[in-house]
Design a protein around this ligand. Sequence first.
Ligand code: FES
Ligand SMILES: [Fe+2]
Length: 410
Amino acid sequence: MKDHILAKDWIAAIYSQDIGSEPVPVTILEERVVFFRTRDGVQAFKDLCIHRGAALSLGKVADDCIVCPYHGWKYDAEGKCVKIPQQPAGQTIPPKAKAVVYSCTEQYGIIWVKLDAGSGNEAPVPFYEEYEDPTFQTVHAKPYILHATAPRVVENFLDASHLAFVHDRLLGDSDFPEIPHYSVYWHENRYVSDEIAIYADADGSGNYATIYYTFEILRPMTARLKKVNYENKQILSMLFTALPHKERKTTVFALISRNYALDQSDEYFRDFQKRVIEQDAGIVALSAFCQAVKISFEEVAARRGLMLILSQWMNAEPVMMDVELTRMVEHICMHRNLSFLSMFSGAGHDTQVMQSVCPTALVFVPSRGGISHSPDEYTSTKELATGVSVLTDFLYVLAYDRGERFENVS
Ligand code: FES
Ligand SMILES: [Fe+2]
């Protein structure tokens, strides 16, 4: 999915607080980017050493430079190679020994990156005034991965009419699904909706009232929402931005700002947002999957001149595996240079049972021909050993290393 339009825009990549002393890899528009911190701020490079192609993210940061783990080439913040350890003293380093550097900037506690900076798109990082407003308190919601395309995720954020159903008794109420007519217009470089009166609970506190929603589309991947309760003057605003990793994998970042309940713990608002997005995640991923299945059935039917009748016999909710644990497994695979695919568990056992008791993630290994639950199922010893080693690393991280290295990786 190399999206040439999005590559010219600022994309939210990671929260600033999630970049510590080690390099952090993030996949953006199918491009692996490594972020690291120097005295001058955060830098973003292509996660590829130009010497022999090692992943710079597996290296380390030293003296405001990133050091490749393979032969120790050292790149400064401009990407210039400043040291080749094998080179005899007195030899100069060729100027083309340079890492690929991306533009990046820090705003609202988010690192934004532009993969194609020379494109002439001068649109700034979207403006979010509540972040600087002392009457508001802003919380960074936990980044959340959805298995759907980024435009689909943004579209879902802007869809007021799903609140009463997907978020019944949390944000909306299925007894009050009506949405009044509203218009959307272009205003100062963004699309803005009219105020939409919705009978809702602004923040999960259980206080239902008529809340006035205003949506704004600031950039293709960034939108904002303002919810106003005119009776008690409470305002809850949100900056919502989606990071497309690849076609069907998107991380959502959200800043939630409130001008009330300032002594309420930030964790309350973070947890609330997590519950909301978990409800959205199932819907957007499942509808994307159902659509893809339907399209491929239709294609086969058309190719073979068949009539197609589709009917749905059951609809079992997929169970989400724990996001944090899943990210840890992903990161272990990245460190081991293993290819992997993140999946939902729709299984009627395993996660569905365990997740209600404790956070759960599963590690699957490939079986020959994709055949499983059959006498023909076969997995090679090599694949099994790889699976066991990932599992062993995972247990080790959970026991000893949790929260240090593996928390902040997308
Ligand atoms: S591959 Fe990076 S220094 Fe050789
Ligand atoms: Fe939603």
